[in-house]
Structures are given as C-alpha cells and as structure tokens.
Design a protein around this ligand. Structure first.
Ligand code: SF4
Length: 270
C-alpha cells in the first residue's frame, strides 16, 4: 500500500503500525508526562514531547485543522473504513486541552461509518459520554454509532510514572462503565513495566475488555523465562482476544501461530 502522510491523517510506520494502519494527530506534547513516553525521548522530543499540548503548526488553528482533517478523511475514507482511525500516537485525544477537536473529528468519522479507535489515560470525559448516550439515545449526537467506537485505556499499573494521567484503577473503572453500556473496549498493556503489574492489570479488566494489546518497553531488558511464563499464562486465559506485539513475540519466541485462537493479528478489528 502506498503510504499517505497528510497534515492530520497518515499511515504510521514502524511499531505504531502494529496498532493501526491509519492514525490522526492534531497536537504535539502531552500533559500526562509519562516517564516512558516515546515522544519525550530522542531527537524529536523537543517538538513532540513537551508537557503542554499545542496544535501542530501546519494545522494553523483549530478551525483550519478540522477542515484539513475533513478533506483528508473524505479523500481516504474508503480505505480508512476497513481498519478504522486511531486517535492519537502523539498526545492523548481525551485531555481537556485536546478533547474538543478530537471529539469533533471522532463524530465526523462515526457518522460516516468509519470506526474510531481511541487510546487514552484520561477518564474525566467518560461519565458525560455515557450520560449523553443514555439520555438522548445518542452518543455526542451520533445516533446509532455505538458500534463504531473502540475505546482503549493504557494500563501499566504504575501511577508514579504517569503524573498527569488518571490513576490506573480509575481507568479500569471507566472501562467497566463503558463496557457495561455496550461499548467495545480494549486495553494497551504497554509498556510492560514488570510482569506482576501487567498480570494484575489484565486480571482486573477480565469480563470488561474485548481486546488486549500487549507489548514491551523499547530498550528495556526483560527476563526471557519470566516473559515466556507470562505468555503461557495469557495463553491459558482463553479470553479476551489478545495481540502480542512483535517485541514480545521476538523475546519469547512465541508467535501468534503457536498460540491458540484467542491470539489475533495486528489488523484485527473486533
Ligand atoms: S499519555 Fe501517551 S502521549 Fe501522553 S505522555 Fe503518556 S505516553 Fe506520552
């Protein structure tokens, strides 16, 4: 497939591609300030990794950003529809500072039958989101689009590394609420800080989470035997669907083919 790099929408490369073929970023910087954040490391950290989200310069202002997004979405909608659009690899789409533009973009997607894949560490928006759905039979005025939302929370079990995020337990409660209201939910168990915390997070989501995406922290050393026993434990869970990121497959030498039917490939859309 020819890669598309728009001003808002693009085809991610590298490890991000394991999460989604299509993504959108409006902002650089993120007030969650996670210690392990990929955007805060390396040569691009100055631009991508600030503590305060700021609109990307090429998008000019919020209104122009929305118009650019709309044009790119309409130009590539048929392709994006197949796998959904991921919000966001840079920054968090549900921060109070980034929410308005992202939620407008999400609304445009779902009303055009395009799945929206959210990944966040914020929970303040969840009650309102559910209430609106309850009271009006609509989601943000998007009647009949509930099945187009795939709502994910990152769970590491380490609040101390994520000072500007909701606590992990709050994220789990938010996931339970959304699942109880019929939304499809998923958890990004990445980066694994340690396997004990990762198991604990997974156990607390069981019954409320439709997909786990599990991956290692880039550059961190792990014990191979411990990693293998973690994958074997996942294999015995038999639920929910699980995507093992390539980093974990490589370390443990377990591949999706070796494991049972609950293990899925990167393009799985549940
Ligand atoms: S929430 Fe995501 S983008 Fe924001 S600091 Fe944490 S890892 Fe980085």
């Amino acid at each position: 497939m020819k890669e598309f790099k728009g001003k808002a929408i693009y085809n991610p490369g590298g490890k991000a591609r394991e999460y989604s073929e299509w993504a959108v970023n409006f902002y650089n910087g993120c007030s969650a300030r996670c210690e392990y954040c990929y955007n805060r490391k390396g040569r691009s950290a100055k631009v991508l990794g600030g503590d305060k989200p700021t609109l990307k310069k090429t998008l000019i202002d919020e209104n122009t950003a929305y118009e650019i997004f709309k044009r790119e979405l309409y130009d590539h909608g048929k392709e994006i529809q197949k796998t959904g659009l991921f919000f966001n690899f840079v920054s968090d789409p549900m921060l109070p500072e980034t929410f308005l533009l992202n939620s407008m973009a999400m609304r445009l997607c779902v009303t055009n039958n395009i799945p929206v894949k959210i990944l966040t560490k914020q929970t303040w928006w969840v009650d309102e989101f559910i209430r609106e759905e309850n009271h009006n039979g609509t989601i943000w005025n998007c009647t009949g689009t509930k099945d187009k939302f795939f709502i994910g929370f990152t769970l590491t079990g380490h609040d101390e590394l994520e000072p500007g995020a909701a606590r992990n337990q709050e994220r789990i409660i938010a996931m339970h609420k959304l699942h109880n209201h019929g939304f499809k939910t998923w958890a990004s168990i990445e980066p694994i800080i340690d396997f004990v915390s990762a198991r604990d997070m997974i156990i607390r989501t069981l019954g409320y989470c439709d997909l786990l995406k599990v991956g290692l922290q880039s550059g961190k050393k792990y014990d191979v035997v411990e990693a293998q026993s973690f994958v074997e434990w996942l294999d015995e869970l038999q639920t929910p669907k699980i995507y093992l990121k390539e980093s974990l497959q490589k370390l443990t030498r377990y591949t999706t083919e070796d494991l049972d039917e609950f293990f899925v490939y990167p393009d799985y859309l549940w």
